[in-house]
Design a binder for this molecule. Structure first.
Ligand code: UD1
Ligand code: MG
Length: 426
């Protein structure tokens, strides 16, 4: 099936109160809101159009850097959701397939739900399908208004709704599937005669009805999935919902999560069976963790981390962009960044890979080969390689490569001044 996706991301996001970051680039566990939406649609659609406007350069850069099949389309000024979608009309003049429309600030929607939604659209021979859900508190959402025979009539925004309409609990999720060839003409006919003076995308429902097209609603059962982010408070709620979902998935796969209430693990982390994640651990971004590992308590994996089998990453250990091979221990109070650790390596407490040069603003790599043992409180000043089996004495600062099976030590000689304290006291 030929499917294009349109993702609305031009709005200002005023309620986020953010000067520096456009709403859709705020993150949940290391991935932006827009990143979640794009990751979910990229396997369904063969091309994605992201409508950008507010702080467009930042959103454009994010899309261009990360998504090959996505194109950004600028909407200025932003005259409403209907106007936003109309921006893709020139690109889809002769397109006859399906267009899936989503919002960039709805990161909890699942890929499988989108697939079911499209299947529902096709099976019901629909020309236009809107996703709806039931909310106990429907405030601020557009209400789904139905005819007496229960078929769809229109969508009414909160600001345009009568008291009777406001009582309706079925709301517009903001996700649509269109047979483009049949619906595209609607976009030149939308009007702004509403409370906000905007071109409402929602008006394509009543337009479709007038054209005697087949217009349907797909009712989503798990309303959490269309939870939209408008404020920092919404962002934290969405993070909790997503985390709970992820932890359930890992536990079902045979991972022990000792304390789900204090553990955070991103969706893009793979974890092997019989690994134990101890409390207060925070794992963000894309990572893989092998089998039979022990992670935490209080560990922080920051993304780009590959942990092989039987590895221990202990308390107050931060790991970023690093490979830790099997049977290696990083037990306590260490920072391992831009590094490659071999098998059976032991990292003493308080070891730091000094990967960043603030003058050149570059990062360099630390390589520790198999069977290397690093004494406590060592600083490995990258770029640096410690060859197979070498040992580093506690308290060393390692600034050059160390050869195989050597002992490297930079510790100042120990001096003991007998009775020094007593002499001072006199
Ligand atoms: C919209 C729907 C509402 C639905 C709700 C679901 C309309 C008129 N209303 O309301 O029925 O219940 O979503 O979350 O569509 N955007 C643009 N360009 C614009 C305006 C908005 O790209 O000119 C983008 C925003 O960045 C956002 C999305 O469209 O990602 C939705 O806009 P928003 O203003 O949040 O619409 P709602 O008021 O939430
Ligand atoms: Mg809004």
């Amino acid at each position: 099936m030929d499917i294009k996706a349109v993702i609305l991301a031009a709005g200002k996001g005023t309620r986020m109160k953010s000067e520096s970051t456009p709403k859709v680039l705020h993150e949940i566990m290391g991935k932006s809101l827009l990143g979640y939406v794009l990751d979910n649609v990229k396997t369904i659609a063969n091309e994605e159009f992201v409508i950008v406007g507010h702080q467009s350069e930042k959103v454009e850069k994010f899309v261009n850097d990360n998504y090959d099949n996505a194109k950004t389309v600028l909407q200025t000024p932003q005259l409403g959701t209907g106007h936003a979608v109309s921006m893709v009309c020139p690109y889809l003049e002769n397109f006859e397939g399906l267009v899936l429309i989503l919002c960039g600030d709805t990161p909890l929607i699942k890929e499988e739900t989108l697939r079911e939604f499209i299947e529902f659209h096709s099976n019901s021979n629909s020309d236009l399908t809107v996703m709806s859900t039931i909310f106990d508190n429907p405030a601020n959402y557009g209400r789904i208004i139905r005819e007496s025979d229960n078929s769809l009539k229109c969508i009414v925004e909160e600001k345009d709704a009568t008291a009777e309409q406001k009582a309706v609990k079925e709301v517009n999720a903001g996700i649509y599937c269109l047979n483009w060839g049949k619906i595209k003409n609607a976009f030149s006919q939308l009007k702004t005669n509403n409370a906000q003076g905007e071109y409402y995308l929602t008006d394509i429902i009543s337009w479709g009805k007038e054209q005697k097209l087949n217009v349907n609603a797909y009712i989503l059962e798990d309303s959490d999935e269309i939870y939209g982010i408008n404020s920092r408070s919404n962002l934290s709620t969405a993070t909790k919902i997503m985390n709970a979902r992820n932890l359930e998935k890992y536990m079902a796969q045979g991972v022990t999560i000792v304390d789900p209430d204090s553990t955070w693990i991103s969706e893009d982390t793979l974890i092997g069976q019989d690994t134990i994640i101890y409390p207060a651990t925070y794992i963000e971004g894309k990572n893989t963790i092998g089998k039979n590992c022990k992670i935490g308590p209080c560990a922080h994996l920051r993304g780009g981390v590959e942990v092989c089998d039987n590895v221990k990453v202990g308390n107050f250990v931060e790991v970023k962009k690093a490979k830790i091979s099997s049977n290696t221990n990083v037990g306590h109070l260490s920072y391992i960044g831009d590094a490659e650790l071999g098998e059976r390596v032991n990292i003493g407490a308080g070891t730091i890979t000094a990967n960043y040069d603030p003058i050149s603003k570059t990062k360099s790599k630390t390589v520790l080969k198999d069977d290397v043992k690093i004494g406590s409180n060592t600083v490995l000043v990258a770029p640096v390689t410690v060859e197979e089996g070498a040992n580093v004495g506690a308290g060393s600062v390692i600034t050059k490569n160390i050869t195989k099976w050597a002992l490297a030590i930079t510790r100042a000689p120990l001096r003991v001044l007998e009775d020094w304290v007593q002499r001072r006291l006199k």
